[in-house]
Design a protein around this ligand. Structure first.
Ligand code: NAP
Ligand code: MG
Length: 498
C-alpha cells in the first residue's frame, strides 16, 4: 500500500490506554472484573480491551442515574444552563474532531475521511441543535369547559417533564453519531441516561463520556456501561427502575427489547432495520442518479439502516443503471480506513463479514448474477467486495432480508403506476429514494411509499432537524427534529378550579 496511514496521536494514546466504564462520574472496572477485546477490523488484531459489564454494573448505573435524576444538581439546573452544557458537548466534539474520527476509523473500520467529514460534524450538530430545545420545550394553556360542573371556572395548563431514567442501546455502524442521536434529546429533556455501546465499537462512547463530564454535565447524568448485549443490554432493557428504553439495531433484538420492557411497561422507542427501495425513473438525470444509487448502498459499506439496498430501475434504462452502478462498484478503492486513498473500509467484524458472505452465497445459489463483486475481498481483515446483483426474484433472501453490507440488488419495473406494490413489498419501511426530473411524479411517488424518510434526487441526507424513523417493522418513534423531544418527555396536565 503506497499511501501513508494517518493516525491522530491522541486517538492512538486513548485506544492503547486502560479502559473503564463511566458510572456516577467515576471510571470503574466491571464488578465481575471481566473484560473483552474490541478488534481493529482492518487487521483483525485487538485494538483495545474494555470492561464487560453485566447486570450488577447496570444496577449500579441505574441507581446513580436515579439519584442524579431525583436529587442531583441536574434536576435543579435551569433549561438555559442545561442547554449551554449540551452545546458545549458539541463544541468539544468539534475541538477533538481528528481524534474522534481516528478512533471511529480504528474501531469501526470506516474511512477516516468519511468519519471526519460526516460522523463527527453530524454528532456535534446534533448536540448543538438539541441544546436549543431545552428552552423551547413548553406546555400550553388550556380552558376546560366541564359539562357536569356548570358555571365552574378553571385555569389549566400542560407541563413538559423529563421521562426520567433512560436506557439507551446503540449499534456499531455509526458509534459516535448514534450516541449523539440518543443522548442529545434525552439530555435536552432533562433525563439521566445509561448508555450501552455495541461490543464491536465501545471506544468513541467512552471518549464521549469524558467529553460530557468536561462540558459540565453533572456526575451520574450520563453513565456508559460497556458489555455484551445479552449481559448488559438485556438487564438494562428489563430493569424495573428504568423509565424508558431507546434502542437502535436489528429488528430481531428490537423485538426482544419490547418483551424485556413489558415487565414495568417502560416507554420504548426503536430504530430498526431496513431494506429501502431506491427508484430510478427513466427520465432521471443519469449523471447524478447512477453515482447517487451507488452511494446510497455503498456509503458506510452498506452498514446503514437506511441503505438503498433494493434498487429499482425503470425497464428502458435498466441495463444502463445496473451496469453504471456495477462500474462504480468496481472503481471503489477498498482498504484500511486510515489509508487516505481508501473509499471503502472493512466491515465491522468477522461475524458481519461472514453474515454478508453467507448472503452472497445464497444469492449465487438462488440464481442471482453478480455484475460486480460477489466475494470477500482479500484474506486479511474483514473486507467484502462492493457487489451488484441482478436476475433476482422477490422471494430470494438477498432481496427480502437486511444484509447490512455492500450488496445491492437491481430490479426492473414498468412505470410510476406499478412501482408502489414492489417498492412497498417489504416488512421494513425505513427510507426510500426517488430519482426523476419530473417533480410532480416524484412527490406523487413519495406519498405512495410506506417509509419514514423519502429522498428525492439525493440519498442519505441527514440533518438534526429532520425526523428519522421507521414505518412497519423498522421501528417506533422518530429521532431528531422536535419529534425526538417527545420520546424523552412526559406531558402533565394541571387543572385548578378558580
Ligand atoms: P444487534 O444485535 O441488534 O445489536 C445492537 C445493539 O443491541 C448492540 O449494542 C447489542 O449489543 C445490543 N443487544 C444485542 N442483544 C441484545 C439483547 N438481547 N438485549 C439488549 N441489547 C442487546 O445488531 P448486531 O448483532 O450488531 O447486527 C446484526 C444485524 O442487525 C446487522 O447485520 C443489521 O442487519 C442489523 N443492524 C441494524 C442497525 C440499524 O441501524 N438499524 C444497526 C446495527 C445492526 P452487542 O453489540 O454486545 O451485541
Ligand atoms: Mg452484536
Amino acid at each position: 500500500m503506497a499511501s501513508e496511514l494517518k493516525a491522530d496521536p491522541d486517538a492512538l494514546k486513548f485506544a492503547a490506554g486502560d479502559h473503564h466504564m463511566l458510572i456516577g462520574g467515576d471510571w470503574v472496572h466491571a464488578a465481575s472484573g471481566k473484560t473483552f477485546d474490541t478488534p481493529n477490523p482492518a487487521t483483525g488484531e485487538t485494538l483495545a480491551t474494555v470492561p464487560a459489564g453485566n447486570s450488577e454494573d447496570i444496577d449500579r448505573a441505574v441507581k446513580t442515574a436515579r439519584a442524579a435524576f431525583e436529587t442531583g444538581p441536574w434536576s435543579r439546573m435551569t433549561p438555559s444552563e442545561r442547554g449551554r452544557a449540551i452545546h458545549k458537548i458539541g463544541d468539544l466534539i468539534l475541538e477533538h474532531g481528528d481524534e474522534l474520527a481516528t478512533l471511529e476509523s480504528l474501531d469501526n473500520g470506516k474511512p477516516y475521511a468519511i468519519a471526519r467529514a460526516a460522523d463527527v460534524p453530524l454528532a456535534a450538530d446534533l448536540f448543538h441543535y438539541m441544546s436549543g430545545w431545552c428552552t423551547r420545550s413548553q406546555g400550553e394553556s388550556i380552558v376546560p369547559s366541564v359539562p357536569y360542573m356548570p358555571g365552574a371556572e378553571f385555569h389549566a395548563y400542560s407541563l413538559k417533564e423529563p421521562v426520567g431514567v433512560v436506557g439507551q442501546i446503540i449499534p456499531w455502524n455509526f458509534p459516535l453519531l448514534m450516541a449523539a442521536w440518543k443522548l442529545g434529546p434525552a439530555l435536552a429533556a432533562g433525563c439521566t441516561v445509561i448508555l450501552k455501546p455495541a461490543e464491536q465499537t465501545p471506544l468513541s462512547a467512552l471518549r464521549l463520556g469524558e467529553i460530557i463530564l468536561e462540558a459540565g454535565i453533572p456526575e451520574g447524568v450520563v453513565n456508559v456501561v460497556t458489555g455484551f448485549g445479552e449481559d448488559a443490554g438485556a438487564p438494562l432493557a428489563a430493569h424495573d427502575d428504568v423509565d424508558k428504553i431507546a434502542f437502535t439495531g436489528s429488528t430481531e433484538v428490537g423485538k426482544l427489547i419490547v418483551q424485556a420492557a413489558s415487565g414495568n411497561l417502560k416507554k420504548v422507542s426503536l430504530e430498526l432495520g431496513g431494506k429501502s427501495p431506491n427508484i430510478v425513473y427513466a427520465d432521471a438525470e443519469m449523471e447524478t442518479a447512477i453515482p447517487g444509487a451507488a452511494s446510497a448502498i455503498f456509503f458506510n459499506h452498506g452498514q446503514c439502516c437506511a441503505a438503498g439496498s433494493r434498487l429499482f430501475a425503470e425497464k428502458s434504462v435498466f441495463d444502463d443503471v445496473a451496469q453504471g452502478v456495477a462500474d462504480a462498484a468496481k472503481k471503489i478503492r477498498v482498504g484500511p480506513g486510515l489509508d487516505p486513498s481508501t473509499e471503502m473500509g472493512p466491515l465491522v467484524s468477522h461475524d458481519q463479514m461472514s453474515r454478508v458472505c453467507r448472503y452472497l452465497d445464497e444469492g449465487a445459489r438462488d440464481g442471482a448474477t453478480a455484475l460486480a463483486g460477489g466475494n470477500r475481498h482479500g484474506e486479511e481483515g474483514f473486507f467484502v467486495e462492493p457487489t451488484v446483483l441482478t436476475d433476482t426474484t422477490n422471494d430470494m433472501s438477498v432481496v427480502r432480508e437486511e444484509i447490512f453490507g455492500p450488496v445491492v440488488t437491481v430490479i426492473p419495473f414498468d412505470s410510476a403506476e406499478t412501482i408502489r406494490q414492489p417498492a412497498n413489498d417489504s416488512e421494513f419501511g425505513l427510507a426510500a429514494g426517488i430519482w426523476t426530473k419530473d417533480l410532480s411524479k416524484a412527490h406523487r411517488t413519495a406519498r405512495q411509499l410506506r417509509a419514514g424518510t423519502v429522498w428525492i434526487n439525493c440519498y442519505n441526507v441527514f440533518d438534526a432537524a429532520l425526523p428519522f424513523g421507521g414505518y412497519k417493522q423498522s421501528g417506533w418513534g422518530r429521532e431528531m427534529g422536535h419529534e425526538a423531544m417527545a420520546l424523552y418527555t412526559e406531558t402533565k396536565a394541571v387543572c385548578a378550579q378558580l
